[in-house]
Design a protein around this ligand. Structure first.
Ligand code: AMP
Ligand code: ZN
Length: 135
């Protein structure tokens, strides 16, 4: 398997590492949306959010919060986006689960130009029912 993030974990590829413990590592994204854009990943390879072992989730998101505090305190950003792209159609390009922490500033000009849809009254009930049936 040729996974760039596994290579970072194994020190076979370079990275500016921010945090590391037995199970999790965080490092700077080399194509940042803003400086300080950080990725938090489990050391074990798993492709995406749905493949994460359920009992690892509190730990990885706990570390993501710790790193987010550090990013915000050190860079004095006024906010950050916490992003997980799951699957190719959702923009995932590295298939080793990762959480993006993207520092945001009032002066940055990013906009997510989304074309929001509208439900009609029956549709919202139908979609709610479909999803509930799979919980
Ligand atoms: P995604 O599109 O959600 O899969 O995000 C993958 C991210 O990994 C992108 O923002 C890339 O810039 C970043 N990335 C890819 N290769 C490396 C690398 N070797 N070191 C640090 N970040 C990387
Ligand atoms: Zn991997």
């Amino acid at each position: 398997m040729d996974c760039i993030f596994c290579k970072i974990v194994e020190r076979q590829a370079p990275a500016e590492i921010i945090y590391e413990d037995d199970a999790v590592i965080a490092f700077l994204d080399t194509r940042p949306m803003n400086f300080g854009h950080t990725l938090v990943i489990p050391k074990c390879h798993c492709e995406n959010f749905l493949e994460l072992p359920n009992n690892s989730i509190p730990n990885i998101f706990g570390i993501a919060q710790k790193v987010a505090f550090a990013v915000q305190d050190s860079l004095q950003c006024s906010g950050f986006n916490l992003v997980v792209n799951n699957g190719k159609d959702a923009g995932q390009s590295v298939f080793h689960f990762h959480v993006h922490i993207i520092p945001r500033f009032s002066t940055d000009s990013f906009r997510f130009d989304l074309n929001f849809k509208r439900y009609n009254p029956e549709e919202i009930i139908e979609i709610g029912k479909k999803i509930r049936n799979h919980i």
